[in-house]
Design a protein around this ligand. Structure first.
Ligand code: M6R
Length: 593
């Protein structure tokens, strides 16, 4: 969702902030803005526009600046328009701010402090700016900002400019992520590591309720009472190349094609020869519990469903999967010794954070599996395992999903007494992925010829059903075709009523025990006019099957069966002319509940 970038230093703030905002585009936004210091007039100038960053870029009249802040807004309070876009400047013109998060008590604060004031925007942010300006009339700006921070209920990542001091930038964080990066040339602040890439050599991910005073070559970290806090920065080692599109037309296509490499990277990170490289403390702690609860949202929840199967079949530990937004407020009855696994590509999903707060209060042990090691969920859980998938830019998650399944399979294996060679099986899966990725024409043709109807169905049994849920989510989120994943046996209990001439139905068949049953369900829909497509394996193929994958270890089949479905979604969206990497209404990182 919203993104923040700020820069102060010897380099051109305009370029750095603009490039940073572009790198955050993938998170989803509907308007963008910047405030830049104009050295000739010695004043800050605000630029903001509704729509894409390109429009903002065209409106910028300054070529160079030593300091600037920028923001991409994903509307929560107030319409999508120029007035509501950030930055916001106080009525007296002294303070300018950008804000990520939600201020729950903004109406109350407006009533209490500004009864007769007309706000320029409908946002929950503007009141923060006015409050800082109000208190700064009576005290130094650092004290004024800290005082206001203590009055806010909700979440914030905040950058504040005091126009009276253009050599200093202030920043603060509570619940919404914020990182500061440092190089010899200056200081960069961003809400996402991607905003720091290429500008900073070292970074620090801020903790909640911390406050920064930043100058061109240094910064001081404080708590909200003004006490100076110690910190240690870490090297920033995401390479620049990995966040570029390269030869591909879309990030989604690039990320689909990266999956074999991601799988190999996971193997290299988690295996030492054939021994698994996961901290003993994690394994022993899980083993001392009697039930695992996986919490996640969207695609990550679908990976969790596959993970349940792996954990139960490899290691015999009963495992349940919960939708995070449900678990946060409808916590089911838990057994004696529950252990929790949070799965989140971004590590910032607000629904999961709400769960984590409750779990920590109840002193439960929590492991986060995430792609972002500096993320809130990784830092706040007892343990973390990294996905090593590299930056995932497309909103539609692909390589993070397969990485989640791979890491869960390694964890399940580490908890088990299994003796097969998982490392080899995963390598063979990477090879099979690679082999299949060359054969995209079938999916392209199916998407073009058959996905003309407003709806579509995926059917399967067991893990194929779970892959069907993920496949349906992928297709609906980027092609806007109403798609459902069904347990194949359930179809005839109601949903088959929707099948008519030309309805596309895609079957996933990876299990020899249920293959025949799913094929019967496929015949049932075919005889009612459905256009069908079968995704299966060499060992199970029958005449006429359209997509036949190389045989791999059946427990790992979801890693492979999902790939044709990702490509079907990609080509369906392509033929419909949609914005594949930034589908409508969606954000990459869902930081509001
Ligand atoms: O960052 P997370 O894995 O916690 O995100 C959860 C969902 O928002 C996410 O998986 C979403 O469903 C995907 N963008 C779908 O492709």
């Amino acid at each position: 969702m919203c993104g923040i970038v700020g820069y102060l230093g010897k380099d051109n703030a305009k370029e750095i902030v603009l490039n940073g905002l572009k790198r955050l585009e993938y998170r989803g936004y509907d308007s963008a803005g910047m405030s830049l210091f104009d050295e000739s007039s010695h004043k800050f100038v605000n630029f903001k526009e509704k729509g894409r960053i390109k429009i903002l870029e065209e409106s910028l009249t300054l070529d160079h600046s030593s300091m600037g802040i920028g923001h991409t807004r994903w509307a929560t309070h107030g319409r999508v328009n120029r007035e509501n876009a950030h930055p916001h400047t106080s009525e007296d013109g002294r303070f300018t701010i950008v804000h990520n998060g939600v201020i729950d008590n903004h109406n109350k604060l407006k009533k209490l402090y500004f009864e007769n004031h007309t706000f320029k925007s409908e946002t929950d942010t503007e009141v923060i700016c006015e409050l800082i300006a109000l208190y700064a009339q009576k005290m130094p700006s650092t004290d004024a900002i800290r005082k206001v921070l203590k009055m806010l209920h909700g979440s914030y990542a905040l950058l504040v400019i005091d126009h009276d001091d253009p050599n200093t930038l202030y920043a603060a964080k509570f619940k919404s992520p914020l990182l500061i990066g440092k190089s010899d040339n200056g200081m960069v602040i961003g809400s996402d590591m991607m905003a720091l890439v290429g500008t900073a050599d070292n970074y620090l991910a801020l903790d909640d309720e911390t406050f920064l005073r930043v100058t061109k070559n240094n910064f001081t970290l404080y708590d909200l009472d003004g006490e100076v806090l110690p910190y240690q920065m870490s090297p920033l080692d995401i390479d620049d190349f990995s966040s570029e599109k390269g030869e591909f037309d879309h990030y989604m296509l690039k990320e689909i094609h990266e999956q074999p490499a991601v799988l190999r990277r996971i193997i290299s990170k988690y295996f030492n020869d054939t021994t698994i490289h996961i901290d003993d403390e994690i394994i022993n702690t899980i083993k001392s519990h009697d039930r695992i609860h996986i919490l996640a949202a969207g695609t990550s929840m679908h990976a969790g469903l596959i993970g349940k199967g792996l954990l139960e079949s490899f290691s015999n530990i009963p495992t349940e999967v919960h939708i995070a937004s449900e678990f946060a407020y409808q916590q089911p009855l838990l057994g004696e010794k529950p252990f929790f696994i949070l799965i989140s590509q971004s590590g910032e999903t607000a629904d999961l954070r709400a769960c984590l707060v409750n779990l920590k209060k109840a002193q439960h042990k929590v492991l986060t599996i995430t792609n972002v090691r500096t993320s809130t969920l990784a830092r706040e859980a007892d343990f973390a395992l990294e996905l090593h998938a590299g930056p995932e830019i497309a909103v539609a998650s692909t390589k993070a999903y397969t990485a989640q399944i791979a890491v869960l399979s390694i964890l399940a294996y580490a908890l088990s007494n299994q003796s097969f060679d998982l490392k080899r099986e995963l390598s063979e899966t990477a090879q099979a992925m690679e082999h299949f990725l060359d054969k995209y024409e079938v999916m392209e043709k199916f998407a073009k010829d058959y996905l003309q109807k407003p709806n579509c169905f995926y059917i399967g049994r067991g893990s194929d059903y779970y892959v069907g849920l993920e496949a349906a989510l992928k297709l609906k989120e980027i092609s806007y075709i109403q798609t459902e994943g069904f347990a194949a046996g359930e179809l005839k209990h109601g949903t088959i009523a929707l099948i008519e001439e030309g309805t596309p139905v895609i079957a996933i068949i990876s299990n020899d025990k249920t293959a025949e049953n799913t094929r019967s369900n496929l015949s049932e829909v075919k005889s009612r006019g459905a256009k069908t497509l079968t995704i299966t394996f060499e060992s199970l193929k029958e005449n006429g099957d359209e997509i036949v994958l190389d045989n791999i270890n059946p427990s790992l089949s979801p890693l492979l069966t999902v790939i044709p479905t990702q490509l079907i979604a990609y080509y369906a969206a392509l033929h419909r002319g949609h914005d594949i990497d930034k589908p409508r209404n969606l954000a990459k990182s869902v930081t509001v509940e």
